[in-house]
Design a protein around this ligand. Structure first.
Ligand code: 5AD
Ligand code: SF4
Length: 440
């Protein structure tokens, strides 16, 4: 009987990609995914540390798993990922979750096999590297659906936005060789993957420090030249160095989706400065106008943090004004969460929780109205949809995404999964579009 593993992933696409590597290593070792919790030999929590709420959820889960360990003393409980890299977290874990057998970080994932062997011979292992090592290529991976694939292009982040833990848990920026990336993407396309998501904490810094003399725009152009039926997306970009050359690379491409996710974080120049973002609202708004001018029909989404220390009513009014002016297709909104070790965590002048909550609600209401208004403009249009499969709630309904990254639900045969099809949009809602296949 093969050993069974259960892998729980928290956080962003970067972490989902790491989980594919974890699954790949485990499957090479002969483990198979568990289908029910009863016969699990190994539980891994691949964790995120970007906000306190996620950390609390993870500790909640570890608390639940105490009982599981009691009932299955031979099973291994492991914690990997960003939370494990957080300064001081090992002490907290040893105190609150001493039943965890293995802790490893983001920089030593490739050592999972050896660390597991040590745990299996009875040792309690905590191995977290403070610094990133060389990029390790050719690790095995179990890729999800066969339709969309994540491809790392760079790791780490050197921006040090004052609220953000990522530079501390993911290390310094380093880029993969362009040949490695092109080879991987080409291989995925040959295997039938239809959507490639390029991943990095800050993809527009791609190429810094490489001898190849290539930047992100150059990489996009090279990948766009590959043959086949596929789409390319990328995550995440920082507005400060999102160049017009990148916008033009998207505008002139066949395969790169017309979706720009450019986190603005705040609409007030005073707050942006304290966040250490290196742009102001005027520069940001100018960038978005350029995007819209050069890439007609593009969708633009953003991230916004509410309640950064010292944010007052006038600052928040600037954020509200910015979203009305920018008319984003969607905004992912977060309440500011202090992260130990970041400069912002030392700032005084915390915004009272009640104000944060109220402002978050105002922001979400306004954004939901705008998202719906923009989606309504799509009613009656025919859009290209990559079909991902049956919808979560109704298997007869198919779910897919437009090039602009909007979810579309429509009736159709399950064989369409993995295909690019035209869908007529019949009804728009805030988060979803409904549609139908054109008559034959
Ligand atoms: N508090 C709240 N939101 C945060 N983000 C990053 N760090 C924090 C924090 N400390 C948000 C940012 C980022 C997104 C991935 O998470 O908006 O773009
Ligand atoms: Fe992703 Fe950042 Fe969370 Fe790590 S801390 S999983 S990089 S969002």
């Amino acid at each position: 009987m093969p050993k069974k593993y259960l892998l729980l992933t928290y956080g962003c696409q970067m972490n989902e990609r790491d989980s594919e590597t974890i699954a790949g290593i485990l499957e090479v070792l002969g483990y198979r995914p568990a289908d029910n919790k009863d016969d699990v030999d190994l539980v891994i929590l691949n964790t995120c540390s970007v906000r306190q709420t996620t950390e609390n959820r993870i500790f909640g889960k570890l608390g639940e798993l105490k009982q599981f360990k009691r009932l299955n003393p031979d099973a291994v409980l492991a914690v990997s990922g960003c939370m494990a890299q957080q300064p001081g977290i090992l002490d907290k874990m040893n105190r609150l979750a001493p039943h965890v057998d293995l802790v490893l970080g983001t920089h030593n994932l490739h050592r999972l096999q050896e660390l597991l062997a040590r745990v299996n011979s009875g040792e309690k292992v905590r191995e977290v590297w403070e610094h990133e090592g060389e990029i390790v290529e050719e690790l095995p991976a179990v890729r999800g659906s066969g339709i969309r694939a994540y491809v790392n292009i760079m790791y780490g982040c050197d921006n040090f936005c004052s609220y953000c833990i990522v530079p501390y848990v993911r290390g310094r920026e380093r880029s993969r060789d362009p040949e490695e990336i092109v080879r991987e993407v080409d291989g995925l396309i040959q295997r039938g993957f239809k959507e490639i998501m390029l991943l990095g904490q800050n993809v527009n810094s791609y190429g810094k420090g490489l001898c190849a003399g290539i930047g992100f725009a150059g990489l996009l152009r090279e990948l766009d030249g590959l043959e086949g039926e596929f789409r390319i997306r990328y995550m995440t970009s920082h507005p400060k160095d999102f160049s017009l050359d990148i916008v033009d690379a998207v505008a002139g491409s066949r395969h790169i989706c017309e979706h720009f996710h450019l986190p603005v974080q705040a609409g007030s120049n005073r707050v942006l400065k304290r966040m250490n973002r290196h742009y102001n609202r005027e520069a940001y708004m100018d960038l978005i106008s350029q995007v819209r001018e050069r890439v007609p029909g593009a969708s633009v989404t953003t991230d916004i943090i509410v309640g950064f220390p010292g944010e007052d009513e006038a600052d928040f009014a600037d954020t509200m004004d910015l979203i009305e002016k920018m008319r984003f297709d969607a905004a992912y909104t977060f309440v500011y969460s202090p992260r130990a070790g970041t400069p912002a965590a030392r700032l005084e002048d915390a915004v009272p929780p009640k104000d944060k909550k109220e402002n978050l609600a105002r922001l979400m209401n306004a954004q939901n109205r705008i998202s719906l208004e923009l989606n309504r403009e799509l009613e009656g249009k025919t859009l290209e949809v990559l079909v991902e499969g049956g919808s979560r709630t109704n298997p007869k309904t198919l779910s897919g995404r437009t090039r602009t990254n909007k979810i579309v639900l429509f009736e159709g045969p399950p064989e369409l999964a993995g295909r690019l099809v035209d869908v007529i949009i019949t009804e728009a809602r805030t988060w979803t579009l409904f549609g139908s296949l054109p008559p034959k």
